[in-house]
Each structure stands twice: as C-alpha cells, then as structure tokens.
Write a protein that binds this ligand. Structure first.
Ligand SMILES: [Zn+2]
Length: 307
C-alpha cells in the first residue's frame, strides 16, 4: 500500500516530493525556521516557475560575499548575461582569507584569492569591486567570529555603490543559505535599500551551500556548463579536495532534472526572483522568525545579532 502511495505521489506531485527530499537531505541549521516561514508565506514563493528572462538585464550587480560564490551559484547565467552584452559588476564583500585554503595562512590566502578573482575578471572582462573585509572565522563549522555585518560602514558603502550603478537586477546569495557571510550580505543589502527611495529593481537570490526550498526561476545552462567548469578553475585554491566542483555539478544536474527535463541530461541554475519590496519584506519576515527561535537556540546567534 505504501509503495502505491509513494508511486502515486511521485507521479502527480514530483516537484513537491523532490523538494521535500532535498530539504531533508541537505540539512539547514535553521530548518524549522524555514519551514515555519514558508508555511506562513507560501503564496509569495509558490509562483509558476519560469525560465529566466534575460531581456532587460542591463546594469547587473552581482553580490558575492566570497570570491568564487558568483561562479558556483550562477557561473552559467553570468556567461549568458555576457553573451547578451549586459553590463555586469561583481562586488566581492570579503577577501575569503579564512576560507578553504587547505593549510595556507590567512594573510597569504587573501592575496591568492584576490588574484584568482582578478584573473577571472580579466578573462571575462568583468567590472569588479573588492571590499576586502575578512570573512567569518569558523571552528568545526560553527561561526566563532564574524566581520561582515550590517554596521554603518558596510551599509553606507552599499548605498554608495547602488547609487553609482543603479542596477536593474541585483543577484545575491540566498538568505536560506547557512553561511553566516551569505546571510549577512542580505542584511546589508536590505538596510541599504531602505535608505534609497528612488530606485526599483529585481533581486535574484542564488544558491551556494543550501538548496533554495522553492525556487521560482530556473536557467538552463546546459550549453554553458563546460565553460562554467572552466570559470571555477580560476579559483584553484578552493578546489583541492574536489568538494566544490562536486557540489556545483550535483546541484546543477538536480535542478535540471527537477525543473526542466527529468529525462534529458543537462544542467540548470535555480533562483528566487523578487521585486525589491517583496525581497525586503520576506527577508525581514524570515529574520523575525529566526530572532524568535534564536532565543532558545544559540546556533542561530551569528545570524540574528546586529552590528
Ligand atoms: Zn561564499
């Protein structure tokens, strides 16, 4: 009986079932908060899933908390944007000195990672901005010190950048990602946008460590996938154990099978796309849930503390 139910469920609700399986497989430190948030805001997320429209994508700002995030999360989409001659600027918020350096000391690693990003930028003719803030210090996967926060310094720097570029699309790491820096980037962007009235744009969240629970936008990057692999090779300091490459390929294959064509081998990148105001509202609602559950869960403190 169970088997029949399972088969029926997969036949008629394959996406929903697969989303639940992904949610269980890739554990989030704040799974309960995400489930609670999605339950109360289901209709904002569960829109018809679209192929990403690359029309009107001039003035694109990509916010990468660490050098390499932009390639892992949306390298294929970057190639597409460049083919449409979009004006692409990448902001690297931290220098990544405390990231996966496989024994390289932080002061040396920050120089290596910056050089890697610059080489990528030269190859693809990208505009790049480096804030050079140190990234989080971790111990056994727990954040023990964070530098990237929504203090006045970073929020005002973001305001200046937005006023200079006037982006029509802003890509940023998803706020469902457990990386503290990826989450903090969203706080900085939200606070900065609160200070600027006269500009409207789309905010498009991309995936790095954790799957976005219900993406509403999927880009087929099957044709760009090989080049995306080559892009990631620029960040060789991060590739020594092969984990990043596997993560990226596994995710892009899964997204393609879930959303575009389960029967054909291919690769896709998944996103959450919002208007500026929906993004601010939903991020703040999610933060409120984290603050409430964080009172009794010390693991959440790095995400909810301010400044
Ligand atoms: Zn990152």
């Amino acid at each position: 009986m169970n088997d029949i139910l399972k088969r029926l469920a997969f036949k008629y609700f394959p996406l929903t079932i697969n989303e639940i399986l992904l949610f269980i497989r890739y554990k989030y430190p704040f799974s309960k908060a995400i489930a609670h948030h999605l339950k109360s805001n289901y209709f904002y997320y569960y829109q018809k899933k679209n192929n990403f429209s690359l029309i009107n994508t001039d003035n694109v700002l990509i916010i990468a908390p660490h050098p390499d995030d932009e390639v892992i999360g949306m390298g294929g989409t970057i190639i597409k944007l460049l083919n449409y001659s979009s004006d692409v600027t990448i902001l690297y918020m931290t220098d990544g000195r405390n990231g996966g350096g496989h024994g390289i000391l932080p002061d040396k690693l920050k120089i290596i990672r910056r050089k890697e990003a610059i080489s990528l930028g030269k190859r693809y003719n990208l505009k790049q901005i480096f804030w050079n803030i140190p990234d989080v210090v971790k111990s056994q996967n727990f954040c023990i010190k964070k530098y990237l926060t929504n203090n006045n310094y970073s929020v005002l720097k973001m305001v200046k950048l937005l006023e200079m570029i006037h982006p029509k699309s802003i890509f940023i790491t998803s706020f469902f990602d457990f990386s503290v820096d990826h989450f903090s980037a969203n706080k900085i962007l939200c606070d900065a946008m609160d200070l600027i009235n006269l500009f409207s744009c789309n905010i498009i969240c991309y995936e790095i460590w954790n799957y976005i629970p219900i993406p509403n936008c999927v880009v087929n990057i099957t044709n760009e996938h090989k080049e995306k692999d080559e892009m990631l090779q620029f960040y060789s300091s991060q590739l020594k154990d092969g984990k990043l490459m596997n993560l990226m390929n596994d995710r892009n294959k899964t997204r393609h099978q879930l959303y575009l064509n389960g029967n054909i081998y291919g690769f896709s990148e998944a996103f959450l796309k919002f208007s500026k105001q929906s993004y601010i509202d939903l991020f703040r609602k999610f933060l409120d849930v984290l603050i409430k559950t964080g009172k009794t869960n010390p693991k959440l403190h790095p995400y909810i503390t301010y400044k």
